[in-house]
Design a protein around this ligand. Structure first.
Ligand code: GLC
Ligand code: MG
Length: 574
């Protein structure tokens, strides 16, 4: 739903002041289309969801690890920030070999994080505060400690227990080579060999991530039945939706053939092996899950959300995941990988808006998450001042766009990535499998600083003796919640004001983006009647597209000027 760039010319409504000839006026007001085909006005369409990485959010019991009690304590904080809901990373029973993405019991809370009673209390409190609660599901794989996998190991080759996973005999003499040449996303072969009960080396099993995360065989009906039970278990407890881990996974090519480019996944750290991901059968699963959600909505009138982490090669492929009877939304990850570059931003944003238009879904924007280097560091190019300025500008840009936005805990504090953890403290399995720091994720998962001048900065309760599970650097003192709340120029206040304006301005909602012609280095667009957002990607100041003082800006922004690495919002008052 993009209108093409406006030609320069006198098309603006009367009274719009245009400070420089290089800047086109805002186009005449457009009537906002109600919504895309097939979609209602469900809460998730334009929601801002805050991602809680439970392990690092707030420690309630003093063991140095965040937990559900900690989340409960801080719900007021999240309400005050003004988000619409929260997504919790996995808190289920897990040996924590991939910090909860290796699940041993999908229907129980890991004791490190609390228990079901604590979860139920959290559901109630979210409801009271008007916060939606989205939980993670991990259907592609489980933990090697899951009872099904333990039973498969015990039962031996050819057993029904092994049929729920991908077990196969090896190749070569004595079956000593893996059944195919695929490599795992987190390094090493995608197959590991088991020792059979007689003590001899036996079959191999498939794991697209670590050996502690065996992949389910979704061609076995018991797997789909089990996940139907898991979904209903959490829906019955009151959740509003699910974030679906590696939603392009689940099914593999039925013959598990060799890949012509076996280490593509490992090289790109993405799901690109066309034999291992994005098989057509997966869509039937999402249709079934959607039907379960609709069933609950029919009972109580509450819309549920399925949001998928579906990393697929083309936008057309991604659009298939959000057809009206499949997932409600799929994360749009191109901003996570975008360099600080106007053409790049504009291309991926325009592409996303165009691609989504026919699906009935909305774009689901993400600048940060628990798997990526934080924007303050990513956009810095080594410059300590530019990094935060650009990160704040990018956030204001994202929050001006139509669709949903996911914020990752700590981005509202302007937290940088921690890049100097000593080797011996790194917990990410990627590091241990590849012996390389490339792509490791501990640096964006450091426990949040809440208050005070020293670690644990209020992350653990007063008097706790356990250290946070990853050490917090001293410079986190400048980013505590206490500090940013007291500083009206902080990231926190920018996010809060942006969220308030999103809720209150009629130009938000479903209003389409209209690109505005703008000076070199500046990206500018309008939405609805009179709303303008512009970002200066260049190195020097630029004329602002609107002469009056901005409504909100990511940095100091005198009227008529848009400084470099700055984004601003305006309302034209004709
Ligand atoms: C997803 C998660 C990531 C996890 C992986 C395996 O990409 O976001 O954290 O390691 O899946 O479950
Ligand atoms: Mg704890």
């Amino acid at each position: 739903m993009i209108t093409p760039t406006l030609p320069a010319g006198p098309a603006g409504p009367p009274g719009v002041s245009v400070p420089a000839p290089t800047t086109a006026p805002v186009s005449a007001p457009v009537v906002v289309p109600a919504s895309a085909p097939g979609a209602g006005q469900a809460w998730w369409r334009n929601a801002v969801i805050y991602q809680v990485y439970v392990r690092s959010f707030q420690d309630g019991d003093g063991d140095g690890i965040g937990d559900l009690a900690g989340v409960r304590e801080r719900l007021g904080y999240l309400r005050r920030l003004g988000v619409d809901g929260i997504w919790l990373n996995p808190f289920y029973v897990s040996p924590q070999r991939d910090h909860g993405y290796d699940i041993a019991d999908h229907c129980a809370v890991d004791p490190v994080y609390g228990d079901l009673a604590e979860f139920d209390a959290l559901v109630q409190e979210c409801r009271l505060l008007g916060l939606k609660l989205v939980v993670d599901t991990v259907p592609n794989h489980c933990s090697s400690q899951h009872p099904w996998f333990l039973a498969a190991l015990a039962a031996g080759p050819g057993s029904p227990e092994r049929a729920r996973f991908h077990f196969a005999d090896g190749r070569g003499p004595g079956g000593a080579l893996p059944p195919n040449n695929w490599r795992a996303m987190f390094g090493g072969p995608a197959w590991s060999r088991v020792t059979e009960s007689d003590g001899r080396p036996g079959q191999w099993y498939l794991h697209l991530f670590t050996p502690e995360q065996p992949d389910f065989n979704w061609r076995h009906p018991a797997v789909a039945e089990e996940f139907d039970r898991v979904l209903r278990f959490w829906l019955d407890r009151g959740v509003d939706g699910f974030r679906i881990d590696v939603a392009a996974g689940l099914f593999k090519h039925p013959q598990l053939p060799d890949s012509p480019d076996p280490d593509a996944d490992e090289r790109t750290r993405d799901s690109v092996n066309p034999l291992a991901w994005n098989q057509p059968e997966v869509h039937a699963v999402w249709r079934a899950w959607r039907a379960v959600c609709e069933e609950y909505t029919a009972k109580d009138g509450r819309d549920r959300l399925l949001v998928g982490e579906a990393s697929v090669p083309t936008p057309a492929e991604q659009a298939k995941y959000v057809r009206p009877d499949e997932l409600h939304q799929a994360f749009f990850f191109h901003l996570l990988h975008a360099p600080w570059d106007l053409d790049h931003f504009r291309t991926v944003i325009a592409g996303a808006l165009e691609d989504i238009a026919a699906t009935g879904s909305t774009v689901t924007w993400v600048l940060n998450n628990h798997d990526q280097v934080r924007t303050v560091t990513r956009f810095a190019g080594g410059d300590q001042v530019l990094g935060p300025a650009r990160a704040a500008a990018a956030a204001l840009l994202m929050l001006a766009l139509p669709g949903a936005a996911y914020l990752y805990q700590g981005e509202e504090l302007g937290l940088p990535e921690v890049t100097d953890l000593p080797d011996e403290l790194i917990t990410d399995p990627i590091f241990h499998r590849t012996r390389s720091r490339v792509g490791i994720r501990d640096g964006c998962r450091i426990p949040l600083p809440w208050s005070g001048g020293r670690a644990p900065f209020g992350f653990s309760p007063e008097g706790a003796t356990a250290h946070p599970w990853l050490p917090q650097p001293e410079h986190f003192a400048a980013h505590t919640v206490e500090r940013v709340l007291a500083d009206t120029g902080s990231f926190w206040h920018l996010y809060r004001e942006a969220l308030q304006l999103r809720r209150s301005l009629p130009q938000f909602g479903e209003a389409a983006v209209r690109w505005l012609e703008s000076p070199p280095g500046v990206l500018a667009f309008a939405r609805g009647e009179g709303f303008v957002c512009a970002v200066n990607f260049g190195d020097g100041p630029s004329p602002a597209p609107v002469a009056s003082a901005p409504l909100l800006a990511s940095g100091p922004c005198p009227p008529g000027v848009l400084p470099p690495a700055t984004a601003a919002w305006w309302i034209h008052r004709p």
